[in-house]
Every structure is written in structure tokens, then in C-alpha cells.
Design a protein around this ligand. Structure first.
Ligand code: GLN
Length: 535
């Protein structure tokens, strides 16, 4: 029978619940259990697909085409498993389901209420993944205990404790122990209040994980145990780490896995199997190369907007025993030729990021020209690939005003145009080309060399595509299509023949890179950046 762990957060947001949940899951996976993680977000949007990166950071896309919270990226990167639509649920989706049922007459004349109808739907979704045969399902609750919008979720937790029974249910509460420099003391009061708040909702945490800058003493553990109604050994310290990938080992040292297994009456393996993980950390900590890669986008003050790209560089850097410094460059700043030169010279590689809309597009195109002419390794992702096509059309093929119709709908040379099935789309939510699609690689291409196979599947999130009408002309000028979607004959990868490494992909390789499976395109890109630096 499946066991359930719930992770709640107290005191402030941004404590890293996603990382703690993923680290715990990693340890349990190392003990041989089949584990997954899901996230429940208390906002009203049906999914984060329509939220802009300032609001919500990156939108992570799953194989089955769900637009989800970026924490799902951490889950996949840590666990090396694929998540799905069912792994991310919002209040919006819960209400949508309940309201649709009400309109269909399924409540038979009853008044539809938060309790029991909304909480029933929350519980149904919390338990749903058990059908897939998981031993343990971890549910991360978004938001902070005390938020009004979190209340129905805590109520669902309270009910589930009764329904599932003691050893099938475990709540881990992540909290902050602030250090007051003036008093030279760690303070437990905010945590006491946060646990009290949880208890008022009828939820007693089993385990307390305490984020802290300084080690917590035995006295503090004792005090927290006393005030929060916990066993002392269930008070876990979570010291700040220099990389998120260290956190599973910190949690191992604190025996979080053992405490949880005990609460759930599950047998521990003693020491969890983490060989590949430790190997990765060793490479990460002892690089023999170092490169600097420019990341060109329009949200560069906001690293969360490109979360998966940054993480992919960490994985592929370690795979190459290379420290990858990522220099975030604002595409708008590249529209001035002087700053373009000063920003881009000295870089060992360039990545042009995905994105939407017109802002900063000309700067992206200029930076691609720079990479093409100076033979700097280049990776273009989604919009970055589309910009590479536009740059080549304008500057090599001399197609006047070549553009994507997303930016210039009236261009005479629409080298990137809207996909035919997008023409009739009027609703914005969940209507892009989303999720995994097959792609066939041309033997001998740079893409093929990277993947070392000809059949791949990658995740997408876009409405525009390469306009195949121009394909022959591109070919003749030296830009070739090296990856094609077999079902619809769409161009998914372009590359340059006369360039050491210039690849543009319509899909998002960054969404499939994990610690144990660094993405081949990123690995190959970093390898070429190292070669370029040596030159
Ligand atoms: N805006 C482009 C499109 O919709 C690219 C999207 C992206 O980069 N994810 O096709």
C-alpha cells in the first residue's frame, strides 16, 4: 500500500521546500522505494502556463504536455524520473473540476461547499498517483502555513490523517530558524508560532526541518521538540548549502530518511544507494576545465526564468569536469554595437534563450551574427533557434526583412511562421504545441554526434515554427535541417555546415537534463566551448 508524505512550509516562502522534498525523495529512492513527488499550488490560475516569468519563474513542461511549476524540474532532475499532468495541481484546477461537475448536475441538488466538495477533490488528487504503483508519494504544499488560500489544503491533510491511518501518513514541516546578529542567537519563536498555526488546523507535524545559517544546538532541538510536540530526534537541521545538490547528503547526515521511514513503519536499507550522485558531486567539486558561456535572454535579472538552463549547465559541466560560468546578458543591451562587443568578447560559447514577443529580439539576432561570424559555439533554444534562422536569412541569404510572423506579421519573408493548427486557437491556456514529440536525426550531423542515435523525443512549448517553404534555399546557403519531426515533417533542429558548433533546436533540451542523465546536447555544447577556449 502506498505511503504518503506531506511537506508544508512555515515562517516565510522561498525556504526551498521543493529541494527538501526532492532530497528526501532521492534518499528514499536510494533505499529502493518507488517514489514520486507532486506539488499543490494554492493560486487560482488553472496552471502556471499563462503566468509571466516575473510572477512565477520558468514554466516547466512535462512529457504529457502539462505546463507546470518549476519545482517539478527539481523533482525530475533529482529523481531521474518523468512527472506528468497529475504531479502539479492548483486551486484553479480543483475549482474548475468541481464547478464542471456542478454544471453537469453531479451533486444532485446539494449545496456545493469548500468542505466537503473542494477538500474531497483535493484529497482525490492527493491520492491519485497511487494507481501508478508508487511505494511513497510526497506532496509538496505550495505557500506558507497561515495563508488564507492554504486552509482547504490543511483541512484535507487533517482529514487524510484519519483516513489513511497513522503509519501511512507523515507530515514534514519546513521552517526557518533566523539568526539575530545583534543578540548572537538563533531564534525559535517564529517556528513555534508556525507549528501552532498548523496545529490550529488540526495538523501535527511528525518532523520539523529547520533551515538555518548556523548549526542548531542540542538545546534548541530540545526546546523545539518540547514546544512543537515532537520527538527530539525528529527535529532536523537544514544548514545552508553551497549547491542544492549537496542537500540530499546533508539530509542523510541528519538521518531525515531514517526518521521518515520510522514514522511510516518502512524497513530501511541502512545506507541508501547514492553512487552516481556522489560521483556527480565529485566532478562538480573538482573541475579541470573552466568556461564562460553567455546566456542571452530578456529576463536576466531573474535567474528563475531560466532555471532549467542553469541546472543543465551544472549537469553537463560536471559531465565534462568543467566549471561552467554563466554570464547573464540582457538581449536589449546588445542592440547597441559598442556594448555588444564588450559584452560578448571573451566568451567561450553563447546560448540564446527561449522566449515570447518582440522585446530584445534584435539584440538576440545581433548576438547570433557575432557567434556565427566569430565561430563561437552556439546553442539556440526555441525562440533562440528561430532567431538564428532569421539572422541567417537576413545576413547570409539576403532575404530582406526576414522575420518571424510573431514579431512582424506582415513580413515579405516569413522564415518562421505560425503553425497551421495554431491559426484557429483563441484561448491562451494550454493551447501551444506542448510536450514530447519524436524527432529523427540526420546521420553525420552535429546533433547526431551529440545524441549518438537517430531517434529522439524532446519537449516543446511554442506556436511558431520553421517555414519549410524556405528549406531548400537555406540548405544551399549552408544552414541545414538535422532534426525532423517524422509525423508532420517539421524542422526541429537547424545547424551550420561551416561552423565548429552552431545548433538551434525548436524544443527544450533543458527540460530533460538530470543529474544522472545530463542532456547530450548540453554536454556536447560545453565540450565544444572547452575546445574553443583552448584554441
Ligand atoms: N515565441 C516562440 C513560439 O511561440 C518561441 C517560444 C519559446 O521560446 N518557448 O514559437
Amino acid at each position: 500500500m502506498t505511503k504518503y508524505i506531506f511537506v508544508t512550509g512555515g515562517v516565510t516562502s522561498s525556504l526551498g521546500k521543493g529541494i527538501i522534498a526532492a532530497s528526501l525523495a532521492k534518499l528514499l529512492q536510494g533505499h529502493g522505494f518507488k517514489v514520486t513527488i507532486q506539488k499543490f499550488d494554492p493560486y487560482i490560475n488553472v496552471d502556471p502556463g499563462t503566468l509571466n516569468p516575473y510572477e512565477h519563474g520558468e514554466c516547466y513542461v512535462t512529457d504529457d504536455g502539462a505546463e507546470t511549476d518549476l519545482d517539478l524540474g527539481h523533482y525530475e532532475r533529482f529523481l531521474n524520473i518523468s512527472t506528468s499532468q497529475a504531479n502539479n495541481v492548483t486551486t484553479g484546477r480543483i475549482y474548475q473540476t468541481v464547478i464542471n461537475k456542478e454544471r453537469a448536475g453531479e451533486f444532485l441538488g446539494k449545496t456545493v461547499q469548500v468542505i466537503p466538495h473542494i477538500t474531497d477533490e483535493i484529497k482525490r488528487r492527493m491520492l491519485m498517483l497511487s494507481e501508478k504503483g508508487f511505494d511513497i508519494i510526497i506532496t509538496e504544499l505550495g505557500g506558507t502555513v497561515g495563508d488564507i488560500e492554504s486552509l482547504p489544503y490543511l483541512e484535507a491533510l487533517r482529514q487524510l490523517r484519519m483516513e489513511l491511518g497513522e503509519h501511512h501518513y507523515c507530515t514534514v514541516h519546513l521552517t526557518l530558524i533566523p539568526y539575530l546578529a545583534a543578540a548572537k542567537e538563533l531564534k525559535t519563536k517564529p517556528t513555534q508560532h508556525s507549528v501552532k498555526e498548523l496545529q490550529e488546523s488540526g495538523v501535527q507535524p511528525n518532523i520539523l526541518v529547520c533551515r538555518t545559517e548556523k548549526p542548531i544546538s542540542d538545546d534548541i532541538r530540545q526546546k523545539l521538540a518540547l514546544f512543537c510536540n515532537l520527538k527530539k530526534e525528529n527535529v532536523i537541521e537544514a544548514l545552508d548549502a553551497d549547491t542544492i545538490y549537496e542537500v540530499p547528503l546533508l539530509m542523510l547526515k541528519e538521518k531525515l530518511d531514517i526518521r521518515v521511514l520510522k514514522e511510516l513503519k518502512l524497513k530501511s536499507k541502512g545506507i541508501p544507494e547514492l553512487k552516481a550522485w556522489r560521483e556527480f558531486l565529485k566532478n562538480l567539486r573538482h573541475p579541470i576545465h573552466e568556461v564562460t558561456i553567455g546566456l542571452i535572454g530578456k529576463y536576466n535579472e531573474l535567474p528563475d526564468a531560466y532555471k532549467s538552463i542553469y541546472e543543465s549547465f551544472i549537469h553537463s559541466g560536471a559531465a565534462n569536469q568543467c566549471k561552467v560560468n554563466v554570464k547573464a546578458i540582457h538581449s536589449e543591451s546588445l542592440e547597441n554595437p559598442k556594448s555588444l562587443k564588450s559584452e560578448l568578447s571573451g566568451l567561450d560559447g553563447l546560448l540564446v534563450a527561449p522566449g515570447f514577443g518582440e522585446r530584445g529580439i534584435e539584440g538576440k539576432i545581433e548576438s547570433i551574427k557575432f557567434a556565427r561570424e566569430n565561430k563561437i559555439p552556439f546553442l539556440g533554444i526555441c525562440l533562440g533557434m528561430q532567431c538564428a534562422v532569421v539572422e541567417f536569412a537576413r545576413n547570409v541569404m539576403h532575404l530582406k526583412n526576414a522575420a518571424s510572423t510573431e514579431v512582424n506579421p506582415k513580413t515579405k519573408n516569413p522564415v518562421i511562421h505560425i503553425m497551421p493548427d495554431q491559426l484557429t486557437v483563441t484561448k491562451k491556456g494550454g493551447t501551444m504545441r506542448l510536450g514530447a514529440y519524436d524527432c529523427k536525426l540526420i546521420k553525420g550531423s552535429k546533433a547526431f554526434q551529440a545524441y549518438k542515435k537517430s531517434q529522439i523525443s524532446e519537449r516543446h512549448r511554442h506556436r511558431y515554427e520553421f517555414n519549410s517553404k524556405y528549406l531548400k534555399e537555406f540548405n544551399e546557403h549552408g544552414m541545414v535541417a538535422s532534426g525532423i519531426n517524422p509525423a508532420k515533417n517539421l524542422v526541429e533542429i537547424i545547424e551550420l555546415k561551416n561552423h565548429p558548433w552552431f545548433v538551434g533546436v525548436q524544443f527544450h533540451p533543458e527540460l530533460k537534463s538530470t543529474v544522472e542523465n545530463p542532456h547530450p546536447l548540453f554536454v556536447n555544447f560545453v565540450l565544444h566551448c572547452i575546445k574553443n577556449k583552448k584554441k
